[in-house]
Design a protein around this ligand. Structure first.
Ligand SMILES: C[S@@+](CC[C@H](N)C(=O)[O-])C[C@H]1O[C@@H](n2cnc3c(N)ncnc32)[C@H](O)[C@@H]1O
Length: 258
């Protein structure tokens, strides 16, 4: 049984500060660090805790634990330095998947999820993995670097029960998304703001290398796309759809209409 190491809060804060100080100097980095700690304190009030439990309806429906309300102080503090855990809202997820299903292959046929592996980079407690299992993906992989969230995801994957589940080959991996080796399958990659700009750039470089080694279809669903310019700058990807809450990219080129 795997037991991934817990990440140290002090080391994370120190690494964060050193990197920030190398860009913007000691004074600004220290001020921003104080800002992060202050935000953490504000985020710990009973009022904020109540707000975070506002995302728990999904858990009542499926008897799982994916709410951001039940995240310990340690993981919330680490989240301030990386990306805070927040589960995807079901309506938004299904809207994105339905929009993706409308995408056409270059030969004009509709996209068949059975051909694709779904990868959630920064999968947290695994809610997006559970929701993706309602579609007939070939398999589903989540990558989460906080060990405690990954363990909860594993438990959710074991306990999830739904009559409409279509994919049962699901796994959560405890790893850093910036070093994750993409499987050589056609991919649907899901991003819900897991990474800062440097991390997202690294992921795109890794993906481009992987595509050169194993050319295949890749779709990127980017939810709340704060850094979508990073994908826009990639010569391999083009934007095929966008709405208020998401953008969608692919490396598949459209066949010119005759
Ligand atoms: C906004 S949450 C999204 C959770 C999940 N994808 C969902 O939609 O329900 C972002 C997650 O990314 C994780 N994360 C941040 N940096 C990461 C990294 N370098 N590698 C893997 N996961 C990371 C955080 O711990 C957090 O759980």
């Amino acid at each position: 049984m795997d037991s991934p190491a817990e990440i140290s809060v002090v080391k994370t804060a120190w690494d964060w500060w050193r990197l920030a100080a190398s860009y913007e100097g000691y004074w600004l980095a220290s001020r921003r660090l104080m800002g992060i700690l202050w935000e953490f304190v504000r985020d710990s009030t009973p009022e904020r805790l109540r707000q975070r439990y506002g995302d728990a309806d999904y858990d009542w429906d499926y008897r799982v634990n994916t709410t951001s309300g039940a995240v310990g102080w340690r993981d919330r503090l680490l989240g301030q330095f990386h990306s805070a855990y927040q589960p995807t809202e079901p309506a938004a997820f299904h809207e994105m998947l339905n929009a993706l299903q409308q995408s056409l292959n270059p030969d004009g046929t509709v996209l068949n999820f059975r051909d694709f592996t779904f990868v959630d980079l920064g999968s947290g407690k695994g809610r997006a993995l559970l929701m993706a299992s309602e579609y007939p993906f070939h398999r589903i992989i989540g990558v989460e670097f906080l060990a405690s969230l990954h363990r909860i995801a594993q438990q959710n994957l074991r306990e999830y029960k739904s009559n409409s589940q279509k994919c049962f080959a699901i796994e959560s991996i405890c790893a850093d998304a910036t070093t994750f080796l993409f499987p050589a399958d056609p991919l649907v990659i899901y991003l819900f703001n897991p990474l800062p700009e440097s991390g997202l750039r690294q992921v795109i470089v890794n993906l481009e290398h992987s595509l050169r080694a194993h050319p295949r279809a890749v779709y990127v669903l980017y939810h709340n796309p704060l850094l979508e310019h990073v994908l826009g700058e990639s010569s391999q990807f083009r934007k095929i759809a966008s709405a208020q809450q998401y953008s969608m990219f692919t490396n598949i080129s459209r066949r010119p209409s005759s």
